[in-house]
Design a protein around this ligand. Structure first.
Ligand SMILES: [Ca+2]
Length: 460
C-alpha cells in the first residue's frame, strides 16, 4: 500500500484544518525533491531537500505486550469501577468479541461511543506490582511531529515512564516520567514542559500534570512535542525557519524527536487513594482506549514518499541515494561522500545530491546510443542540460566550467569532467579509469547521461 495516496488525502485535510486550528501546519514544506527549471541552456533539474508528509504512524506499527498474557479475559474476569468497589458488574472475556479487550483496540478508529479499549488483568496478585510494558515498533526510524497522546479508559496510572529506542529496541532511554508524586516514585522534582527553555529542551523530566488526581475526569496523557518545538518556532509555531535551522545544526535535537520504537511502561495503576484496598483488588487495572503518534519516515531529506510494503516502511529515495532511510549513495553515485539534505536555506533547503562516481562516467561515445531513452527521464531537450556546474558536476583536477557546457581542462587531463589523464588515452600510463562503467542503457548511465546533456557532441 502506498502512503502517498493516503498522504494526498492527508494533505487536503491539512489544507482545510490549517484554517481551523491555531497551529499553522507548516509540514507541507519540502514536499518536492526535484523540479525542472529553465535556464539559458534550457531545461535542467533543480534539486531540493524533501521529506514525507507527517501522518498517523499508528497504522504502521507492531505492538507487543510484556508480560504477553497480561490482557484481561483469559480466564474471564469481572472488574469493578475504581470509584465504587461494589460496582463489579463488568466482565472481560477474551473468547467473546463483545467482552474482549485486545491490544489492537488502542489503535482503532475512535469517536464512537462507548470507546473501544485494551484492558489488563486486575491487580489480583497484590502486593506483587501490576506492571505492563507496551512496546510500539516501526522497524524504521521515524521523526515525531506532534504530541504523543495516550487516552486511558481507566484512571491515569500513578506511575508510568515513556521510553524511546533509536536502535530497534536494543537500548532504551527515558522520554518522560509521569507520577502522582514524582519525588516519591522516581526521586525527581516535578516539572512541566513549560518550565523548560531552548537550552534545557532535551532535559528528561518527571511531570505530575497528567496524574490521577491532577484534573478530575481527565483521561489523557501527553508527551509534548509541539511545546518543545515552540521554544524555537514561537508559541504558534510561526517561525518554523528557526526550528528547521536548529534541527539542521543540532544533531542531538534532531535525534531527540527521532525513534524506531516507543515503550510505555505502566508501573502502578491508578489507586485513587493513599492505600491500596486489598479487599477489592478488581478495582485496579490499566485500560487504554487510544494512542496517537504522528510523525514521518526519516529519509534524511532525500524522499517525499514512504512506502508500506510487506509490513515494512521504506523511503523511496531520490537524489541518487538508497537504503531504508536514504542513508547512502547509490552504486556509481559516489563522486563525493553521502550527506543528508539540509533544511537550509529556507524554504527549499539543499539537496546534497549524490553525484556520479568518476569511474562510472564510462566511455563517451556510448552516450549516442541511448539518446532515445532519455525522454523517459522527462528531459525534453537533453542537448541543453548542464555538462558541468558548481553544484553537482564539478570539473576535476583543476578544470574550470565554461558556460555549463564544457570543462576547460589543464593540459595533462581530459574527459568530460577532466577526470582522465591524457597519457591514459595514449596508453602510456597504467590506469583503471572506466573500469566501473555501467553497461550502456543501465539506469545509472541513463540518469548520468541526462545530467551530462550534450556530453558526447562536445567531446573531441
Ligand atoms: Ca480504541
Amino acid at each position: 500500500m502506498y502512503l502517498s495516496r493516503f498522504l494526498s488525502i492527508h494533505a487536503l485535510w491539512v489544507t482545510v484544518s490549517s484554517v481551523m486550528q491555531p497551529y499553522p501546519l507548516v509540514w507541507g514544506h519540502y514536499d518536492v525533491c526535484k523540479t525542472q527549471i529553465y535556464t539559458e541552456e534550457g531545461k535542467v533539474w533543480d534539486y531540493m531537500a524533501c521529506q514525507p508528509e507527517s501522518t498517523d504512524m499508528t497504522k504502521y506499527l507492531k505492538v507487543k505486550l510484556d508480560p504477553p498474557d497480561i490482557t484481561c479475559g483469559d480466564p474471564p474476569e469481572t472488574f469493578c469501577a475504581m470509584g465504587n468497589p461494589y460496582m463489579c458488574n463488568n466482565e472481560c472475556d477474551a473468547s467473546t468479541p463483545e467482552l474482549a479487550h485486545p491490544p489492537e483496540l488502542m489503535f482503532d478508529f475512535e469517536g464512537r461511543h462507548p470507546s473501544t479499549f485494551w484492558q489488563s488483568a486486575t491487580w489480583k496478585d497484590y502486593p506483587k506490582p501490576l506492571q505492563v510494558n507496551i512496546t510500539l515498533s516501526w522497524s524504521k526510524t521515524i521523526e515525531l511531529t506532534d504530541n504523543i497522546v495516550i487516552t486511558f479508559e481507566s484512571g491515569r496510572p500513578d506511575q508510568m515512564i515513556l521510553e524511546k529506542s533509536l536502535d530497534y529496541g536494543r537500548t532504551w532511554q527515558p522520554y518522560q516520567y509521569y507520577a502522582t508524586d514524582c519525588l516519591d516514585a522516581f526521586h525527581m522534582d516535578p516539572k512541566s514542559v513549560k518550565d523548560l527553555s531552548q537550552h534545557t529542551v532535551l532535559e528528561i523530566i518527571c511531570t505530575e500534570e497528567y496524574s490521577t488526581g491532577y484534573m478530575t475526569n481527565s483521561k489523557i496523557i501527553h508527551f509534548e512535542i509541539k511545546d518543545r518545538f515552540a521554544f524555537f518556532a514561537g508559541p504558534w509555531l510561526r517561525n518554523m525557519a528557526s526550528l528547521y535551522g536548529q534541527l539542521d545544526t543540532t544533531k542531538k535535537l534532531r535525534d531527540f524527536f527521532t525513534v524506531t520504537d516507543l515503550r510505555i511502561r505502566l508501573l502502578r495503576p491508578a489507586v485513587g487513594e493513599i492505600f491500596v484496598d486489598e479487599l477489592h483488588l478488581a478495582r485496579y487495572f490499566y485500560a487504554i482506549s487510544d494512542i496517537k503518534v504522528h510523525g514521518r519516515c526519516k529519509c534524511n531529506l532525500h524522499a517525499t514518499v514512504c512506502v508500506y510494503d510487506n509490513s515494512k516502511l521504506t523511503c523511496e529515495c531520490e537524489h541518487n541515494t538508497t537504503g531504508p532511510d536514504c542513508g547512502k549513495c547509490k552504486k556509481n553515485y559516489q563522486g563525493r561522500p553521502w550527506s543528508p539534505g539540509s533544511y537550509l536555506p529556507i524554504p527549499k533547503g539543499t539537496a546534497n545530491t549524490c553525484i556520479p562516481s568518476i569511474s562510472s562516467i564510462g566511455n563517451p561515445p556510448k552516450f549516442n546510443r541511448i539518446w532515445p531513452n532519455i525522454s523517459s527521464l522527462e528531459v525534453s531537450n537533453p542537448k541543453q542540460a548542464n555538462v558541468c556546474d558548481n553544484e553537482l558536476l564539478h570539473c576535476q583536477n583543476g578544470g574550470t566550467c565554461y558556460n555549463n557546457v564544457r570543462c576547460l581542462c589543464p593540459a595533462a587531463y581530459t574527459g568530460i569532467l577532466c577526470e582522465k589523464l591524457r597519457c591514459e588515452e595514449a596508453g602510456s600510463c597504467g590506469s583503471d579509469s572506466g573500469q566501473g562503467a555501467p553497461p550502456p542503457g543501465s539506469p545509472a548511465l541513463l540518469l548520468l547521461t541526462a545530467m551530462l546533456g550534450t556530453a558526447s557532441p562536445l567531446l573531441v
